[in-house]
Design a protein around this ligand. Structure first.
Ligand code: SF4
Ligand code: SF4
Length: 456
């Protein structure tokens, strides 16, 4: 049995475009949160001179990430700004001096065992570069190493337009295998599976050729069905294991790591140069020349597109990531983030939402959901404010892949309703918990009263 999904137009226009290094902008704005977890603590002051790779934000707490300067220059401002999710995030603004001097204290890390390996990954500042942004050292810091039976390397890159992982495999394929060797050596994992969609012929050949030179690396060629790169989908389609509801790949003995993240870890072990720049795809109907570029983290979207050749028309919508799961970039001042793997500029026609009509009850949404959820029923439960039904319909399982909205002939905003449904379910569960607490308290008081009366 394969999990469901949909066929989408690939639009991999830039697969053959080797990334072009962009001119360093006049300034960068680096947020202290480009990851899941707590924002980093700012480690510099206004007026400080910084060099490329210097720590400017220190990971704070168990789930957080180090942040490094992407340009050399002067810290001009410590400020706060709203990110694309509407959260207020502390930011460091650096005025570039154009010299791009490297921080002189950078050196390859001394890695000898599991602990020093995890520390190195933490020091590098790497997070899930496929878009997730989860700090990689947290993922690799497994408390029960023998339980890890396999590492699945996510090279599916199933979203339309995006080809930055493709370029990693073509341009830095050797580092993917060096990363595998590092995990094998320091974590003791024996089995590795690289999951790649079958629309990437050249990549598959390259990975297969490199796999011949190493042990226990399987290249798993997958059908090009979106969302093949979804963690749960990928684990099921590569190793045949079902991640339990609310669980992690580790619950079924698997670690999933994005291919570019893995290659970066290997490169860091060799150079000691932290994550300060990003290879990303620039594409969409409003772009003059679709291409892959290497941009410093913190470069504004405005500088990015100007430096990359400009727009042919005013964009109606700009996305971080692909059209299926990408999030709207609210302004051209937004920066390139660690997990930005694409910026898509859509013209009016491409961005125009189709006209929504009434549900015709065709069931296509449920039929194409990878988790067999029923978005139509979820939408009804949401409308009726029915938390119990949302719970029974497992809306919290929705990974917001957008397959249901994509196939709906009535163009219902199903994925958006699911997001709202998830919020409503949280409220419902919270109110249920509060009710339970109240009931327990009332019962205890009742018992206390009864006990007192019995003793009289
Ligand atoms: S967005 Fe959610 S409900 Fe819709 S297809 Fe994806 S997982 Fe299923
Ligand atoms: S795909 Fe759209 S029209 Fe068909 S049942 Fe689902 S919501 Fe209704």
């Amino acid at each position: 049995m394969k999990l469901h999904g949909i066929r989408v137009a690939h639009k991999k226009n830039t697969a053959n475009c080797a990334p072009e290094r962009l001119v360093i902008p006049k300034s960068v704005t680096i947020p202290m949160s480009m990851h899941i977890g707590k924002p980093a603590n700012i480690a510099v002051h206004k007026g400080d001179d910084v060099k490329v790779g210097q720590l400017i934000g220190e990971a704070d707490g168990f789930v957080s990430s180090n942040i490094h300067a992407s340009v050399s220059g002067e810290v001009r401002q410590i400020t706060e700004r709203l990110n694309a999710h509407g959260q207020k995030i502390p930011c460091v603004v650096i005025e570039a001096d154009g010299r791009q001097e490297k921080y002189e204290k950078l050196a390859p890390p001394q890695v000898t065992d599991f602990e020093s390996f995890v520390k190195a990954v933490k020091d590098s500042g790497v997070v899930g570069l496929g878009g997730a942004g989860f700090p990689s050292f947290v993922k690799l810091n497994v408390y029960n190493l023998p339980a890890v039976e396999a590492v699945v390397i996510n090279a599916a890159e199933c979203e339309p337009y995006i080809t930055s992982d493709t370029r990693t495999m073509l341009d830095k394929g050797e580092y993917v295998f060096k990363g595998i060797e590092a995990i094998r050596r320091y974590m003791g994992v024996k089995r590795f599976i690289i999951g790649i969609e079958n629309n990437k012929k050249e990549v598959i050949e390259k990975m297969k050729a490199l796999a011949k030179e190493t042990e226990d690396v399987e290249i798993h060629v997958l059908p090009s069905i979106y969302p093949q790169g979804g963690e749960k989908v990928l684990v099921y389609n590569t190793v045949g294991r079902i991640i339990p509801k609310g669980g992690l790949p580790l619950d079924v003995g698997v670690i999933v790591i994005n291919v570019t993240t893995l290659a970066f870890v290997a490169e860091y072990l060799e150079t000691g140069f932290p994550l300060v720049e990003k290879c990303l795809t620039i594409d969409g109907s409003a772009v003059k020349t679709p291409k892959n570029v290497i941009a410093p983290i913190g470069m504004s979207i405005r500088d990015l597109i100007e430096s990359a050749g400009g727009l042919k028309t005013e964009p109606s919508k700009i996305l971080y990531g692909g059209p299926m799961m990408g999030i709207s970039v609210p302004s051209m001042d937004e920066p390139v983030l660690k997990n930005t793997n694409a910026v898509i500029f859509m013209d009016k026609k491409e961005a125009a939402p189709p006209k929504t009509t009434a549900c015709i009850g065709c069931g296509a949404c449920a039929a194409h959901c990878p988790f067999r959820l029923d978005p139509r029923a979820i939408a009804k439960a949401y409308r009726l404010d029915d938390g119990a039904a949302l719970k029974a319909l497992c809306v919290d399982l929705c990974m917001e892949c957008g397959c249901c909205s994509y196939v709906c002939p009535a163009h219902r905003p199903l994925v958006q309703t699911n997001v709202l449904g998830k919020g409503k379910l949280k409220e419902y569960l919270f109110s249920q918990q509060a009710l339970q607490k109240q009931e327990t308290k009332a019962r205890q008081q009742e018992q206390k009263k009864k006990g007192g009366a019995d003793n009289e």
